[in-house]
Design a protein around this ligand. Structure first.
Ligand code: SF4
Ligand code: SF4
Length: 313
């Protein structure tokens, strides 16, 4: 099935109200958001989303009968409480956008819901911010761009952005831990707790190691190590990370009403299908095929389609 992506040029005068209302009307957003609690999911890692756009979006949703809050999960790196400073620095205070900011996964990034993953190839469940999970409807506002040779589009904003800290660890890691031999004291607690025979002691060094063919990635060994010698393995391939991000996005969109808007250098685009919208943004931005692994994977697991038509409004 072909999806329709609606687009509106950036207004020259910076007044977003008309463009946002037109796009939401084309998505028939009123049906989805009337009487609903709506989370406007921002991307706080983007630095150039105008607060006037967020304000116009919140106002339009309220006019459609929604109860609105703005949100994003706390940053993966750094002090979780810095999320409030980031909100202020980007100009998304209540006075500026007309809606309260609620941290998606609590002030420390630890408040999440475990959502079963249907049709995923890498994740069996996802850990997403509770405020986002509790919302009746999520309206995402992404800033589509290539950043540090990676595609930061709609699926990234939905998947990685909605993940609580433990969920982000799941996306960024191989799923199996590693042992730091310099820290390991050879106490054997990890071998005692593992039900799969995944941790073993090297008889020569007296240090623990992960026996990967047996490790099921349950993290139990990490929790019992008295010296924090076992930690997640962040050497997951970029492709695998992108695919897992798309799987988290699917878990979000499978369980609630979601609408998506994305800002490019020249236009604001909208679609109910995040995969189609991401593909349209990637085409507009000139992102090459190596950056589209997550988009292709999203279509493969049933989160929308890459087959779209663009309708200018
Ligand atoms: S992560 Fe779980 S399965 Fe893997 S070695 Fe540790 S305890 Fe065993
Ligand atoms: S629990 Fe920690 S310190 Fe003890 S053997 Fe395992 S990795 Fe080494």
């Amino acid at each position: 099935m072909t999806a329709t992506v609606f687009s509106s040029l950036r207004p020259a005068d910076g007044a977003w109200d008309r463009a946002v209302s037109d796009l939401l009307n084309r998505l028939d957003a009123g049906t989805a958001v009337s009487g609903a609690t709506v989370a406007v999911k921002l991307d706080l890692s983007a630095s150039d989303v105008p607060s006037a756009l967020v304000k116009a979006l919140c106002a339009a949703l309220k006019a459609m009968g929604a109860q609105v809050f703005v949100t994003d999960c706390v940053p993966f790196d750094g002090d979780p409480l810095s999320v409030f400073g980031r909100v202020r620095a980007l100009g998304f205070s209540f006075d500026a956008v007309g809606a309260d900011f609620v941290p998606g996964d609590g002030v420390k990034g630890t408040d999440y819901d475990l959502i079963p993953m249907r049709g995923g190839r890498h994740l069996r469940s996802t850990k997403v911010g509770r405020a986002l999970s509790d919302a009746d409807c999520i309206v995402t506002l992404s800033r589509a761009r290539v950043q540090e040779e990676s595609w930061r589009g709609v699926l990234y904003a939905v998947g990685f952005g909605c993940g609580a800290r433990p969920g982000k660890v799941d996306m960024l890691t191989t799923g199996q831990p590693v042992v730091d031999p310099d820290k390991c004291i050879g106490c054997g607690k990890c071998t005692g707790v593992c039900e799969h025979g995944g941790t073993r002691i090297d008889p020569e060094t007296g240090k623990a190691f992960i026996f990967k063919p047996r490790c099921a990635g349950c993290s139990r060994c990490m929790r019992v190590c008295p010296v924090d010698a076992i930690h997640p393995d962040y050497n997951a391939s970029d492709e695998r990370v992108c695919m897992k991000i798309s799987e988290v996005a699917k878990s979000m969109c499978d369980h609630r009403e979601c609408l998506h808007l994305a800002l490019t250098d020249d236009a604001l685009l909208a679609c109910a299908d995040p995969t189609a919208l991401d593909a349209a943004c990637a085409d507009l931005t000139g992102a090459d095929s190596a950056l589209r692994v997550g988009i292709d994977h999203a279509a493969a697991i049933g989160l929308g389609t890459t087959d779209y038509v663009c309708e200018r409004i």
